[in-house]
Design a protein around this ligand. Structure first.
Ligand code: CU
Length: 481
């Protein structure tokens, strides 16, 4: 029984993740509006705008431990969302690659920020790793492969007791210089034990009350590294090596790219570059379990689950709070990348940096406050400090709250531009403000659109084309559901 009314009993959760490879598309254009999906050529959207297809490693929802198919990697990986006090078992199944030309590796889960034992730490050099039964050696020996599967050698289980509420990240830690930037990362949220404040407060202290929450997961991609891994694998050399972990010399034998040469050319918010952040969330469930998107063997090319001109994944991990089958009081977390809120609401942004560069994250229109960092609340006075840029280093998380009441919506501030005939009509993202009525300027101020973006503005580009990359929009209105 709960100790007092409103306090939840801790749950025992079993979460299933599959590690594999996949494909994603990056907008290779600087059009202002996102393109619509197409069934046409592989690298173009229906309006002719370019997309850049890149090979990734990653994770997808394995549902019950059997659902995922090789090639299903979601970008970013599913969200782990649990409550303080929960006993969480994360089962990782390494299903190998869809691409026969890419290196085959073990994987782990590093629960970044959690106080876990060495044995549950995904730093495989001091703990352990999960190999796959889907590699060139075992694929050529069906008896040995079946024995590998029967023994469950391709599954490992991590345990943690959810302790401090806040915002975290998780990722693979095998050869992290390669596996992280290839896409093996996702967001993690722990909510307060008290049910009454789940989905309403980050920690339960002074200023951390909010009405809506968004995950802002920042990362970057060096396509040269992804291309090298896509076609790099020397299967003959691999087949000659002993089974199990490889030495540096053996790794060098099967791949060539040096990840110290990392130089990003795309920068992402929730796994998408602008303007694709504006697109609706994508349900990955059907794709995760569909082997038909895997291309012809030996080509290293297949369809994957992150399509061209498609929005970020919903982010649900079955068994988490964001699984609709789980009873949950608050609003569910997702990778929604357009921030929408009504006037006089407080918007929580859980900012996470999984990229290799520090990001000066800047929001137009109003100041915001940092109410916590790295799953620890700031002191009450510090929670009141208002800023307009937060520097988020790799491996850091910040919980910031934007009160929409502080956004500018005062007619007199816009009167001059309205007098000049500006500020009405349709903006370049397709939103229609309507005609300007000089006698009622406030009618044009009801909906407001602001950018939030990296202030390293060269990262607000797609392969050098501005605008693109690490930017999203904040839409404030009075009709947001
Ligand atoms: Cu890995």
């Amino acid at each position: 029984m709960p100790l007092f009314s409103g306090q939840a009993s801790a749950a025992v959760r079993h979460l299933h993740l599959a590690a594999t490879d996949g494909m994603m598309y990056l907008p290779n254009h600087n059009g202002y509006a996102p393109n619509t999906p197409t069934t046409g050529g592989l690298d173009q959207a229906v309006d002719g705008s370019d997309y850049r297809k890149v090979y990734i490693r990653g994770f997808c929802d394995d549902v019950d431990g059997t659902a995922a198919q090789p090639g299903c990697a979601n970008m970013p990986a599913p969200i782990i969302d649990v409550n303080q006090g929960d006993d969480v078992f994360v089962h990782l199944r390494n299903i190998g690659n869809a691409n026969p030309l890419a290196p085959v590796y073990p994987h782990t889960i590093r629960l970044h920020g959690l106080h876990v034992s060495t044995q549950n730490d995904g730093f495989n050099e001091t703990s352990w790793e999960v190999p796959t039964c889907n590699d060139p050696v075992l694929n050529a020996d069906p008896v040995a492969q079946q024995a590998c599967l029967d023994a469950g050698s391709d599954v490992g289980t991590y345990y943690f007791k959810a302790q401090k509420p806040g915002t975290y990240m998780w990722h693979c830690h095998v050869e992290a210089s390669e596996h992280i930037t290839m896409g093996m990362y996702g967001a993690m949220v722990i909510r307060p034990r008290d049910r009454k404040i789940q989905g309403k407060r980050v920690y339960g202290f002074d200023k951390d009350r909010y009405d809506r929450e968004y995950i802002v997961l920042l990362s970057d991609i060096d396509t040269a590294g992804h291309d090298a891994i896509q076609t790099d694998f020397d299967g003959a050399a691999f087949a000659g090596l002993p089974y199990g972990p490889k030495t540096p010399a053996e790794i060098a034998e099967v791949e060539s790219y040096n990840f110290a040469d990392h130089q990003a050319d795309w920068w992402l918010v929730n796994g998408r570059a602008f303007p694709d952040v504006l697109l609706p969330l994508k349900d990955m469930a059907a794709c995760n379990a569909d082997p038909s998107r895997v291309g012809a063997a030996g080509t290293g090319d297949f369809e994957g689950c992150n399509g061209r001109a498609e929005g970020p994944p919903i982010g649900m991990l079955t068994g988490s709070n964001n699984d609709p089958a789980i009873k949950f009081r608050g609003k569910r977390s997702s990778y929604a990348a357009t921030i929408e809120a009504n006037w006089n609401e407080r918007v929580l942004m859980r900012i996470i940096n999984m990229g290799y560069q520090e990001v000066p994250w800047h929001i137009h229109g109003a100041h915001f406050s940092i109410i916590g960092k790295d799953a620890n609340p700031y002191k009450s006075d510090d929670q009141k400090r208002e800023i307009f840029t937060v520097h988020v280093g790799s491996g850091e998380t910040y919980d910031v709250i934007l009160p929409t009441s502080s956004l500018a919506r005062v007619g007199m501030n816009a009167t001059q531009s309205f007098t000049n005939g500006q500020g009405g009509g349709v903006n370049e993202f397709g939103f229609d403000w309507g005609a300007i009525d000089p006698n009622n300027v406030d009618q044009n101020l009801l909906d407001q659109w602001y950018p939030a973006h990296s202030h390293n503005d060269y990262t607000v580009t797609n392969n050098g084309l501005y605008p693109g990359g690490q930017a999203q929009l904040i839409h404030i209105s009075n009709t947001i559901q």
